[in-house]
Design a protein around this ligand. Structure first.
Ligand code: EPZ
Length: 421
């Protein structure tokens, strides 16, 4: 199995470009199922999660082709409404197909998506929302048997938590339902707006995305269209942390600075000089970071849970004490065990983690515990003394394409290879 080998303490300098957003590509690709004819989606990142989504579209009978970051989906041959366990278990967020399949086929059969490295990943909000739109859902035996013989009907859906996935599933299902759907307490993430933009290009009538109340007036059908996925704000945050921990001076291209508003002040508070110009963010970093004080993860526009591990890695070598409170997932501190093995001083208690900055980390063999935990280990390896060898790259490949090559492009001493025999 390949590993990432990083010799740390090299200040990163130069320009690095952010890829399209994984968490936008996945729901938009699923939603393409609802569009008649051919849809072309640009700026799709080369990730294993995107590959898993393409596999499901192909299984359902769509013709999917890929050229670089462009993915074309033709739904003329769509003939199935089931997603087998083998495909569902590859990626738990495949649940976002439920709304699209149900809306197109009036029935859907998916296996229950399991938990993942972040703990149990319930879908009760998804199912309650789809039931409000008229879906009959039988959850016995680990399989979701869903149908809506007379099609879905618009309704008011109030989410008890602004779940990203449940908001996406409801938007997609409601787009082709009859009548008006109002989603209250909707998620406000940029990826929700991107999905709404895509759906409106396909003929949907969606208003208010990005706010807590979204209105969807269902239309009889959606047509193929072209769309370019927004940049990945979490990948951008990862590069910001990489600059911050190495005393670097990075120009990060193809970003939407507005999407990083919850993250930028955190790095400024720790001593980074950050400038935003149109689709560029520059990050000039001090020789040593100040404390990150207190970071609470919250739904957007709060600090993103996906950046928690990444920023925590940076805080391990900052001055003073940094505090993290993880409010979104029950089990999102697994990366702390690996960071401690590199010399980090981290104490966790329930949702809280307290990090006491140390002078430096020491490279050693570590293993990614989940996607963003793996990214945290890369950030830690970039500033550690000596060599860090990171395993579990299958988890990292879910969310970062060609990471070693791209970081080498800004001066990192990093390579991806099989361990020496
Ligand atoms: C999306 O997951 C992202 N994934 C996650 O990114 C991200 O961490 C998360 O949103 C929060 O921003 C994709 O977009 C593919 P949620 P999602 O539904 O939709 C609970 C990454 O690293 N909940 O907003 O699954 C849930 O257990 C990934 O790129 C219910 O209780 O997140 C969690 O505690 C990781 N019932 C909280 O809500 C439900 O029916 C947030 O979940 C649904 C969710």
């Amino acid at each position: 199995m390949e590993k990432l080998f990083i010799n740390g303490s090299v200040p990163l300098k130069g320009e690095i470009t952010v890829n399209g957003a994984k968490n936008s590509s996945l729901p938009i690709l699923a939603c393409a199922l609802l569009c008649e004819g051919t849809t072309c989606i640009h700026n799709c990142p080369e990730l294993s999660d995107v590959d898993a989504t393409v596999k499901i579209l192909t299984h359902l009978g769509c013709r999917v082709s890929r050229e670089g970051s462009d993915i074309t989906v033709c739904t003329d041959g769509c003939c199935r409404c089931d997603v087998p366990d083998s495909l569902m278990s590859e990626m738990r967020s495949s649940i976002v197909f439920l709304g699209a399949i149900l809306a197109r086929c009036r029935s859907a059969r998916l296996s229950f998506p399991g938990g993942c490295e972040l703990g149990p990943r319930p879908i009760d909000l998804h199912l309650a929302a789809l039931r409000r739109l008229g879906a009959q859902i039988d959850e016995t035996g680990g399989t979701l048997d869903c149908k809506c013989d007379r099609g879905l009907c618009g309704n008011t859906v109030t989410l008890s938590f602004p779940s990203v996935g449940a908001t996406e599933n409801t938007m997609i299902a409601a787009a082709a339902a009859s009548g008006r759907t109002v989603i209250q307490n909707a998620a406000r993430e940029p990826e929700i707006c991107d999905l709404a933009d895509f759906l409106n290009k396909a003929g949907a009538q969606i208003y208010g995305s990005g706010e807590s109340t979204i209105i969807i007036d269902g239309v009889p059908k959606l047509h193929g269209c072209e769309h370019t996925v927004i940049p990945d704000r979490i990948e951008a945050a990862t590069f910001m942390a990489a600059s911050a921990v190495t005393g670097g001076d990075l120009i990060i291209r193809d970003v939407v600075p507005r999407h990083l508003q919850p993250v930028i002040p955190v790095f400024e508070q720790a001593g980074c000089d950050i400038k935003c110009l149109q689709n560029i963010i520059t990050v000039k970093s001090p020789a040593r970071l100040g404390p990150f004080k207190c970071i609470r993860t919250l739904p957007y526009p709060g600090f993103p849970t996906d950046a928690q591990a990444i920023v925590m890695a940076a805080s391990t070598v900052a001055q003073g004490t940094s505090i993290f409170i993880e409010n979104i997932f029950d089990s999102r501190y697994k990366h702390t065990h690996e960071l401690r093995r590199m010399g980090a001083e981290i104490k966790t208690e329930g949702r809280m983690a307290v990090v006491q900055g140390v002078d430096h980390l020491t490279g050693t063999g570590v293993t990614a515990t989940d996607l963003r935990g793996g990214a945290a280990l890369v950030v830690a390896g970039l500033c550690a003394h000596g060599q860090t060898a990171i395993g579990g790259l299958n988890l990292l490949d879910r969310g970062y394409a060609h990471l070693a090559r791209r970081l080498r492009g800004v001066g990192a001493d990093i390579e991806r290879r099989a361990p020496d025999a």
